[in-house]
Write a protein that binds this ligand. Structure first.
Ligand SMILES: Nc1ncnc2c1ncn2[C@@H]1O[C@H](COP(=O)(O)OP(=O)(O)O)[C@@H](O)[C@H]1O
Ligand SMILES: Cc1cn([C@H]2C[C@H](O)[C@@H](COP(=O)(O)OP(=O)(O)O)O2)c(=O)[nH]c1=O
Length: 250
């Protein structure tokens, strides 16, 4: 069976993610793959309700982070894991890097607490504990032990290391853009939500959050210079994805 692929798209608001995701979806469809195009926060009926709340209601920084991860957990259980198990290509408009960038970088929320929440929510295997088929047999003796002990592993993004590991995108396309250019683009594009109404300094901190995340996990990040023309950005994105696919297949 074809292996599922998980790709996320990140960047500050107005960087151009939404403009280019469809083109990537087309690339995969032309190659005969089934594509699940989804977004965070959101992607399930419950997660979309949580999205409405976090994007429009003022709230405490921990509440905001918890709601992002609650929406993500639901999204993983209901949409992302089943799609990957079917062998589909999951293209996700934002994932956990956005929480580190916005809640960690932008809001200044504790990075280590976010890392703990990430481990709790994204630890593999991901199953709904209330479902009849939940808690499949652990893959290794260490995994069985960890499962019985309720241990949350420290290890992260270890594809080759096997269990324990976290669900992470295999490729993250980061649209990196100066916040002032992003603000100019957004000024004429749409009515701003809670995050988009933040000052340029907030987005400078979000951008720094993305840079920190990239430095922590350089292997899966591809940085795109999003200040270029739409065509140039589109070409860079196609190139990054096709080159990555070649390497992944090798
Ligand atoms: N490379 C680009 N050059 C100029 N304008 C762009 C470029 N990419 C996107 N835009 C415009 O900027 C605005 C925000 O783009 P969008 O894709 O919605 O950003 P995001 O999804 O990252 O918030 C839209 O009006 C879009 O047409
Ligand atoms: C996924 C995620 C998004 N966000 C923010 C970033 C965006 O401002 C907003 C929604 O993202 P997005 O879907 O990119 O907004 P739009 O549809 O307006 O382009 O939520 C966080 O603060 N933390 C998160 O974990």
């Amino acid at each position: 069976m074809t292996r599922g692929l998980f790709i996320s798209f990140e960047g500050i608001d107005g960087a151009g993610k939404s403009t280019h995701i469809d083109r990537v979806a087309q690339l995969f469809r032309q190659a005969g793959r089934t594509v699940v195009l989804t977004r965070e926060p959101g992607g399930t009926p419950l997660s979309e309700k949580l999205r409405e709340l976090v994007l429009h209601e003022p709230m405490d920084a921990l509440t905001e982070a918890l709601l992002m991860f609650a929406a993500r957990r639901e999204h993983l259980v209901q949409v992302i894991e089943p799609a990957l198990a079917r062998g589909d290509v999951v293209l996700c408009d934002r994932f956990t890097d956005a929480t580190f960038a916005y809640q960690g970088g932008g809001r200044g929320f504790d990075w280590q607490v976010l890392a703990q929440l990430e481990r709790m929510v994204q630890q593999l295997p991901i199953t709904d504990p209330t479902a009849a088929h939940a808690l499949p047999a652990a893959h290794t003796p260490q995994a069985a032990h960890a499962q019985q002990a309720g241990h949350i592993p420290q290890a992260c993004h270890t594809r080759e290391g096997g269990y324990p590991s976290l669900r992470q995108p295999e490729l993250t396309v980061w649209f990196d853009l100066d916040p002032q250019i992003a603000a100019q683009r957004l000024a004429s594009a749409r009515v701003p939500d809670k995050f988009e109404s933040q000052p340029a300094a907030f987005f400078a901190a979000v951008r720094a959050g993305y840079a920190k995340r990239q430095a922590e996990m350089p292997d899966r990040f591809a940085r795109i210079d999003a200040a270029q023309s739409m065509d140039a950005v589109g070409m860079d994105v196609s190139l990054v994805v096709t080159e990555w696919l070649k390497r992944a297949a090798a």
